[in-house]
Design a protein around this ligand. Structure first.
Ligand code: SER
Length: 590
């Protein structure tokens, strides 16, 4: 069965059982500073799992794009990926274990649906501990649907508890479904689901989310009992297609085939095959992250840093296979073709993606060349490579330790890893101190300066749209007591005349001493009333809309001043092009 059919069947199955089908949320969570990416379908649903009513009702299902970097070092084995899709169904305080388990079993084994062999199905349930009881209820239901006792395993929290997605929030015991793969033999007499040898592959997880993890680490019962299930699309497809790895499904084959064509190698060792898989996985993830309308470029911070790491690892792996420049864009094109009909942002942001790939590859290949020359000099001059040398090559040229080590070892030189680690730790300590206070000035800071700059940001956004056109979109905003920073989409820097015009519009709105008003309404009403809103998927049911006189109207959580007269004089102090089609402005109030 092809992946398209799997998606369709899953959603159809749950639609027939009263579920509303909702779109995939963005890969970049907007209101959760504890994680960089959406890691599961439940993640964007947290407010609703906590009890807020969902506009589409109590039964939902979807196919969610996910990124997980925790398993990045396992990428290239048979099942691990950094970008994957997850099919999921949710009960928000509606049905419970009986329905969830019965439906999971029916969908997996019924000939009408996936038709997997029930004899190959094993399940795990929660063994119980001081936080929550042993889940004998789920085990009984599994027996009733037909799973014999010897294929039901009770496992502890490490295996059978899911969540929260960040550090706090909804979570609970889960029951996981595994399919036995005949081609991979059991690793021994104790082989069982969860042992990672590859014989048992997890395809679906039903979480019974009845707990909330608090900041103090304790678990309290949630207002409502929820079900959160997740089925890995690529893994299930591999199972249904009878292929040995997720890389043998149509979501990877075109990429792997092209990578092999691009390499001058004629024979591919097992190690080479893993490199091909790493490239395919990493390029796909980087493209899917950059496809987001919030436009993340490779950088040294947060999501941008992950993109950079993924791309650099791909370039290094490509080097080892003898693949030259330009391959990132070629592979990106295949990724876009693969997903454009399901995730149209891939097509919409194609130019941005391609430009960033080109820039990043050029930059990194240049650095690599310089780093190699520097390394050669170090070796020629001192006959060795110290841990400190390796660290400098890493920080100044981006040359990863593994490469420096490989080259040094070829020349019979061993690097002092302890010394490298010491340098690394010292550096980390320094940058940690530097980033402390980073979250000050966020929405939780209601000081007078911050509040004023927040209102000025709304005025600036509106002025930019009036001067530069409606295609201007907010991509990021950051406020400290001293200044505001605003990132937005625009292809070039502003001319001095445009800057002046924007400043004049803002200052005029300040002089008119406009009243700032807050209203609550549904998201649709807000849009209908002309309010600006980005990041749609992250808003709850009722949104708050701030309007500044007749000048601007925006969905926002506040805080804001009451009248614009108090803002003083607005001035743009800096502008910078920070990426393809992305401009950053810094401004102050005097
Ligand atoms: N949140 C659970 C998981 O990711 C089920 O969707 O496995």
């Amino acid at each position: 069965m092809k992946i398209n059919e799997l998606r369709k069947k899953y959603l159809e199955f749950f639609k027939q059982r009263g579920h509303a089908i909702i779109p995939s949320a963005s890969l970049l969570p907007e209101n959760d500073p504890t994680v960089l990416f959406t890691t599961a379908g439940m993640h964007p649903l947290v407010p609703f799992l906590l009890g807020e009513p969902h506009p589409k009702g109590k039964r939902l299902a979807n196919c969610q794009k996910c990124i997980r970097t925790t398993d990045i070092d396992s990428v290239g084995d048979t099942t691990h990926l950094t970008f994957f899709e997850m099919l999921g169904n949710w009960s928000l305080g509606d049905y419970w274990k009986k329905e969830a388990i019965t439906w999971s079993y029916e969908f997996l084994t019924s000939k009408e649906w996936l038709g997997l062999d029930p004899d190959k199905l094993s399940v795990t349930v929660f063994a119980g501990d001081e936080d929550a009881p042993r889940d004998t209820e789920s085990a009984e239901i599994w027996k009733e649907v037909g799973i014999p006792e010897e294929r039901i395993y009770f496992l502890p929290k490490e295996d059978n508890w899911w969540g929260p997605a960040g550090t706090t929030g909804p979570c609970g015991p889960c029951t996981e479904m595994f399919i036995e793969v005949d081609e991979i033999p059991k690793c021994g007499p104790d082989c069982k689901p969860g042992c990672n040898c590859g014989h048992y592959v997890e395809v679906w997880n039903d979480v019974f989310m009845a707990y909330n993890k608090r900041e103090d680490g304790r678990y309290e019962p949630l207002k409502q009992r929820n079900v959160d299930t997740g089925m890995g699309v690529e893994r299930t497809a591999a199972m249904l297609q009878g292929v040995p790895t997720v890389y043998d499904t149509e979501s990877f084959l075109p990429l792997i085939t092209r990578i092999k064509e691009l390499s001058p190698k004629e024979e591919f060792t097992e190690q080479d095959n893993i490199l091909c898989r790493v490239i395919a996985d990493h390029v796909k993830s980087a493209v899917m992250i950059m496809a987001d309308d919030r436009r993340i470029s490779p950088s040294n911070v947060e999501q941008g840093y992950v993109v950079r790491r993924l791309l650099r690892k791909s370039i290094l792996s490509a080097e080892k296979l003898g693949i030259g420049s330009g391959f990132l864009q070629e592979l990106a094109e295949i990724v876009i073709q693969m997903y454009r009909n399901i995730y149209d942002e891939t097509e919409r942001n194609r130019e941005f993606i391609m430009k960033n790939l080109e820039d990043e590859e050029k930059k990194f290949r240049n650095s690599l060349k310089k780093a190699m020359r520097k390394l050669q000099r170090v070796i020629d001059e001192s006959g060795t490579v110290t841990g400190k040398d390796a660290f400098l090559l890493f920080t100044s040229f981006g040359l990863p330790l593994e490469i420096t080590r490989e080259i040094a070892e070829e020349k019979g030189i061993e690097i002092n890893l302890e010394e490298f680690k010491r340098e690394f730790e010292q550096h980390r300590e320094k940058s940690r101190t530097a980033t402390q206070g980073k979250f000050k000035g966020g929405l939780a800071d209601h000081s007078e300066e911050i509040t004023k700059l927040h209102t000025a940001t709304h005025l600036l956004q509106e002025a930019l749209r009036r001067v530069l056109g409606e295609s201007v979109r907010q991509m990021g905003s950051n406020i400290t007591k001293e200044r505001l920073r605003f990132d937005f989409t625009f292809p070039r820097k502003l001319t001095p005349e445009e800057i002046k015009h924007v400043e004049d519009l803002v200052n005029d709105a300040i002089k008119r001493d406009l009243e700032v008003k807050r209203e609550f309404m549904s998201y649709d009403e807000a849009i209908a009333s002309g309010a600006l809103a980005f990041f749609k998927e992250t808003y709850g049911d009722k949104v708050s809309v701030y309007s500044v006189g007749d000048f601007s109207r925006e969905v926002c959580g506040g805080p804001h001043v009451q009248r614009t007269g108090v803002l003083g004089h607005f001035k743009i102090v800096k502008q910078k092009k920070i990426g393809a089609g992305l401009i950053r402005i810094k401004a102050i109030l005097e």
